[in-house]
Ligand binder design. Structure first.
Ligand code: ATP
Ligand code: MG
Length: 276
């Protein structure tokens, strides 16, 4: 009888603590179904059909009503980023990975009934500064969502915040975490003394940002961090997980990042435009 068969082992996967109930079962991951799950599974299916395989494969829903995704092998770093992720080769590999994701996403029209994650207060992204149409980007390149293999970013997971955005704003999101575009007091120790303008330029070169995209990058980063602050404050009022993130430092870190970006935008943009 089927009931007598041993159930496969379920290994809890703990990420940034936003989503509870994530488990690994063999080569798959099971996650709770949310309102946006079907939209994201359609997006992940599109990415594969467009040749991008460095994201979980969408495998439908299991008999317990949970989302099923393929398990992506590799190592996922945690905050604070370890010293061996501070090298420029990590940024370059991440930039190339995101460029391939964006190129695969470019042709996808979300269904008219698409449902997106993230805070509802987030305004729709403005049409892109480079005149291109919006693409669905990942929008959450925090350390826990980047899978490393052989010391380099190799795949992306956790597309819960994916939605239509511009390439530039999505790149700004990656740079916020990985340049990083934060005040030095908030950087992981190994990142505190780095030459941020040079790192942003290395990412831009590896991605292949155009001149208009380079001009748009720092204003987009400033606006994005302002939205993080507004949205996190709103989320903290209704959700205990975000209330903890807010109290544990986001309430100070985000305004500090905003000030740092404002004060360094001219330098970074000059470096970005120096050798194009
Ligand atoms: N498809 C996958 N392949 C490999 N590992 C995964 C996969 N999905 C999740 N994980 C592991 O489980 C952790 C938590 O999963 P996930 O990032 O989806 O949720 P979360 O971090 O709680 O959500 P959020 O990023 O919204 O806070 C990841 O950091 C990763 O270590
Ligand atoms: Mg995550």
């Amino acid at each position: 009888m089927a009931d007598d068969l041993p159930r496969p082992t379920e290994e809890p996967l703990i990420g940034d603590g936003v989503t509870s109930g994530i488990v690994r079962v063999g080569d798959t991951v099971r996650r709770p179904v949310r309102p946006f799950t079907a939209t994201i599974q359609a997006y992940l299916a599109h990415l594969r059909s467009a040749g991008f395989h460095d994201a979980p494969a969408p495998l439908g829903v299991d008999d317990q009503g949970r989302e099923v995704l393929s398990y992506v092998p590799g190592d996922v770093p945690r905050d604070p980023l370890p010293a061996d992720t501070a090298g420029e080769e990590v940024l370059v590999a991440l930039a190339r990975l995101i460029r391939r994701l964006h190129d695969a996403a470019q042709g996808w029209e979300p269904p008219p009934d698409a449902v997106w994650g993230g805070t509802p207060a987030a305004p729709a992204a403005a049409p892109s500064a480079d005149g291109k149409s919006l693409i669905v980007g990942h929008r959450d390149y925090c350390p826990g969502n980047v899978v490393f293999r052989n010391g380099l970013p190799a795949a992306l997971i956790d597309f819960d915040l994916a939605k239509p955005t511009t390439r530039v704003t999505d790149v700004a999101n990656a740079l916020y975490y990985w340049a990083p575009l934060t005040d030095p007091v908030d950087r992981p120790p190994a990142f505190a003394g780095l030459d941020i303008p040079a790192r942003v330029a290395a990412f831009a070169d590896a991605y292949g940002l155009t001149t208009p995209q380079r001009q748009a990058l720092m204003p987009a980063a400033k606006a994005m961090v302002a939205r993080f602050h507004t949205n996190m404050r709103a989320a903290a009022e209704i959700d205990p997980v975000f209330a903890r993130f807010w109290a544990e430092g986001a309430k100070d870190r985000l305004p500090r990042a905003h000030t740092w970006i404002r004060d360094h935008a001219t330098d970074v943009t000059a470096r970005l435009l120096a050798d194009v």
